[in-house]
Design a protein around this ligand. Structure first.
Ligand code: 3PG
Length: 305
């Protein structure tokens, strides 16, 4: 049985070691494809793999066609918008994610980005503090909950909205539940995005929502670039010179956003889950899920049907 780690953005070496131990303890072989630059390398590597562990790697119908022995793909992480689930199902391949395993790492980065932003990108002039500011968390999943926990340590007033999480669950976590997405944007000084990229959310962070924010508001995005309506945001930022956009996922229109000097920042490569701890948690969880699937038929965390 061959388990392939296919990661264009590699795990920390210590996480690869941990995965190797799990895989070999089960009597399987581990193969490693890291930092690949060409789709052809991926297509070649998957040819004899029974299982693949991936991150944001694009697993398309073409990859499933090339992976003749493949039975399971585990996305070591939360979002699986990079996997063609329909093609997986057609090929009889199980797809799983590892929810929650990298959530703290992403949540910590939100505050790394926010402090950087409110301190004017460390340009030496007086910035502001996070204490006492109202933070709106859009989607109260694993990352959103960790963001709430850390925000309280900063002394922030924490609000959240989640179309799929009831208000009483949000309130039970000591967070004010906004009545709607609109209310969250209207009422908060900062909105942190934690929605997945789905047909429903793509381009949903638009001119109307961000334009309804208070003077000096900040949008921080550690979710997906696809949820932003970039064209509308650029239009709005030309009119509202008080708004800031801070992101861990470089927009397609990065060059245009860069013209908003002092109001825009993007990490060069998505860094949210890029910690040794998150890599170990998500990577080893992925390896264990693969072993559990082959040995016991366990399909917990399956995301396709
Ligand atoms: C996720 O969905 O788990 C995060 O966006 C992390 O993605 P990455 O593994 O590509 O860093």
């Amino acid at each position: 049985m061959k388990v392939l780690i296919a990661t264009e953005k590699p795990f920390a070496p210590v996480a690869v070691e941990g995965i190797k131990k799990e895989v070999e303890a089960a009597g399987y072989e581990l193969a490693l494809l890291e930092k690949y630059t060409d789709k052809a390398q991926l297509l070649e590597a998957v040819a004899d793999a029974d299982a693949i562990i991936i991150r944001s790697d694009k697993i398309t119908a073409e990859v499933f066609d090339a992976a003749k022995q493949l039975k399971i793909v585990v996305r070591a992480g939360a979002g699986y918008d990079n996997v063609d689930l329909e093609a997986a199902t057609q090929h009889g391949v199980v797809v799983m994610n590892t929810p929650g395993q990298n959530a703290n790492a992403v949540a910590e980065l939100v505050f790394g980005l926010l402090v950087f932003a409110v301190r004017k990108f460390y340009n030496g002039t007086a910035g502001t503090e996070l204490m006492g500011k109202r933070l709106g968390i859009l989607a109260f999943g694993n990352v959103g909950r960790n963001v709430a926990r850390i925000a309280k340590g900063f002394g922030m007033e924490v609000w959240a909205y989640d179309a799929y999480c009831p208000a009483d669950v949000i309130e039970a976590a000591g967070v004010k539940a906004a009545k709607s997405q609109n209310e969250l944007f209207e009422q908060c000084d900062i909105v942190s995005l934690h929605i997945p990229a789905t047909a429903e959310t793509k381009q949903s962070i638009n001119r109307q929502l961000v334009g309804s924010m208070k003077k000096g508001a900040i949008v921080v995005n550690t979710a997906r670039k696809e949820v932003i309506n970039e064209e509308e945001l650029i239009e709005l930022f030309n009119e509202r010179t008080d708004l800031k956009y801070i992101t861990d996922i470089m927009p397609d229109a990065d060059t245009k956003f860069k013209e908003f000097e002092g109001r825009y920042f993007s990490t060069p490569k998505k860094m949210g889950a890029q910690t040794a701890e998150a890599n170990i948690n998500a990577g080893i969880a992925a390896a264990k899920q693969i072993v559990g699937f082959f040995k016991d038929g366990c399909t917990k965390f399956q995301v396709n049907k």
